[in-house]
Design a protein around this ligand. Structure first.
Ligand code: XMP
Length: 515
């Protein structure tokens, strides 16, 4: 393991992902972790992340100064490097000019950390402070036009610092540098592989669950599907997969999911048809938040009833991923046993909380994984690409893509329009060009003409967006002929629609979904 002491950088997680790309396991831990705790963890290497503070700020986060004596290689990144310099007797000052964005790295010492890193390679900078005096024993490895100390080393003690961010994708020389640190300096072995993960998880699941029964709520996404697979391999029929069909999924999706699991993978799924209940729960509701709330509450009620009917269960298997764990660190832990408990179903179910008497113990075998690692795992156990690479789909599903009141008729219309959108982008092989691509139904009517008939029907909005992470997004500049085909097909094939419009709003100010 290589640990990352997190000083509050938005990139700490990304560093962990990059390390794992070298097939070495990596975790983000608090900067408060003491040298003694680190000694027990016995990592092959330590990385100090960047952070928003200045080292000379009052109350700036400090690491335990004993960590320099552990004899474990350390790489400080940005703030991490400045902290290293300051604690070891060098100097850091606010620079006349900060450096933000791409910079060309001029290499002064092409060995060690910078072996195989090209001279002049692009590295990404983001700092206002700079190192102005190196501590004793440190040497300069590289500089840039604006930053005299861009990379430094104490070769003997294996202490390294870089002012730039090797982990971001714009840093072209970033991965070679990270590999040098991981393999040559820390001498870590590439043992973090999918096969090793599966084997170890199965052992851990069996040890934890014993002969007890486990419930898993399948959603149709890659996380819960992969989880179902892994759990089933580990404990077979002690696992019950439940799929609640709230009626807001896309056309054919519920049937396909159940069929796939039962016929292809021989995993039984308890299919719960709750379509009418959910429709009744949102009957007449037009306010978006109220809709979400009611769907959430209904989900809890159905979940509760069905788990009683199918149970009793001792454990709930949950597809918690590593980013969720970092964000909710130390919350949701039973103070008596120290085990994580389900006070919250994952947000994709949009549920506020589970009632106390349904407090399952949790099994969370994916809690060490990033999303891309789950995809890799899912693929390796044979999940089809349509699940592995599925676009994000909100928990309340089509219910938040029908503005205003939800009726069976409107659901039917939207399902058909949505199917056409997917068919057309799949046919052109461009599904992965989009973060999401879907249809929205507006609860207004406009006039049109078809044949000699005047029509008065709903418009469909096309929402095709690109995004890195869903936090910001841009509308996709797609070819007109794609829009034309989709529009023609929807108007001709979907009764109740006589107009198609294209949403050309980015996020912000728009959101990706319409509700
Ligand atoms: P917005 O609409 O806020 O969406 O730009 C950002 C991303 O989140 C997805 N989304 C949801 N995902 N439950 C989810 O699991 C939800 O209730 C939900 N609402 C929005 C949305 O599809 C987009 O990818």
């Amino acid at each position: 393991i290589i640990v990352i002491l997190d000083f509050g950088s938005q990139y700490s997680e990304l560093i962990a992902r990059r390390i794992r790309e070298t097939q070495v396991y990596s975790e983000v831990i608090s900067y408060r972790t003491t040298a003694e705790q680190l000694r027990q963890l016995n990592p092959k290497g330590i990385i100090l992340s960047g952070g928003p503070s200045s080292v000379y700020d009052q109350g700036a986060p400090q690491c335990d100064p004993e960590i320099w004596q552990l004899g474990i290689p350390v790489l400080g990144v940005c703030y991490g490097m400045q902290l290293m310099v300051q604690q070891l007797g060098g100097e850091v000052e606010r620079a006349d000019r900060g450096e933000y964005g791409k910079a060309a790295l001029v290499i002064d010492d092409p060995t060690d950390l910078l072996t195989n890193v090209d001279d002049g390679t692009t590295m990404w900078m983001s700092h206002g402070d700079s190192v102005t005096k190196l501590p004793d024993g440190f040497e300069l490895l590289a500089h840039t036009d604006n930053t005299s100390c861009a990379a430094i080393a104490h070769h003997e003690r294996k202490l390294y610092g870089v002012q730039f961010h090797p982990e971001v994708v714009h840093s072209l020389g970033g991965m070679p540098l990270i590999r040098n640190f991981v393999y040559h300096i820390c001498q870590a072995e590439p043992t973090w592989t999918t096969a090793a993960f599966v084997e170890q998880s199965i052992r851990e699941i069996r040890a934890k669950v014993g002969d007890k029964r486990v419930l898993l709520a399948l959603s149709g996404g890659v996380d819960s599907s992969t989880l179902a697979f892994l759990m089933h391999r580990a404990i077979g029929d002690q696992l019950t997969c439940m799929f609640i069909d709230q009626g807001f999924m896309r056309k054919y999706e519920p049937e396909r999911l159940v069929k796939l699991f039962e016929e292809q993978f021989h995993i039984n799924v308890a299919y719960v048809n709750a379509r009418e209940r959910f429709l009744a729960a949102v009957d007449g509701i037009t306010d978006p938040e109220e809709k979400r709330k009611r769907i959430g509450h209904e989900f809890i009620r159905v979940f509760e009833e069905e788990s009683r009917r199918l149970g009793p269960f001792d454990y709930l298997a949950q597809g918690t991923l590593y980013p969720d764990v970092i964000e909710s660190a130390d919350t949701n832990v039973d103070p008596k046993t120290g085990e994580r408990v389900a006070v919250k179903i994952k947000s994709h179910h949009n549920v506020g909380g589970l009632p106390k008497d349904l407090c399952f113990k949790l099994v969370e075998p994916l809690r060490k994984l990033f999303k891309d690692e789950v995809r890799k795992l899912g693929r390796s156990v044979g999940l089809p690409e349509e699940i592995v690479q599925r676009h994000p789909f909100p928990g309340p599903g089509l219910a938040i893509r029908i503005l205003g009141e939800i009726t069976e008729e409107r659901l039917e219309i939207l399902r058909d329009a949505d199917l056409i959108v997917r068919q057309e982008i799949n046919r052109r092989g461009i599904y992965h060009d989009f973060w999401q691509a879907f249809a929205v139904l507006l609860p207004v009517r406009s006039v049109g003409v078809m044949g000699d008939q005047r029509t008065y029907a709903y418009p469909i909005v096309l929402r095709l967006v690109s995004s890195e992470d869903g936090m910001t997004a841009d509308w996709s500049r797609v070819p007109y002929d794609l829009l034309e085909t989709i529009s023609n097909r929807i108007v001709n094939e979907v009764p109740g629609v006589n107009r198609v419009v294209y949403d050309i709003t980015s996020k912000p100010p728009g959101t990706i979904e319409w509700e």
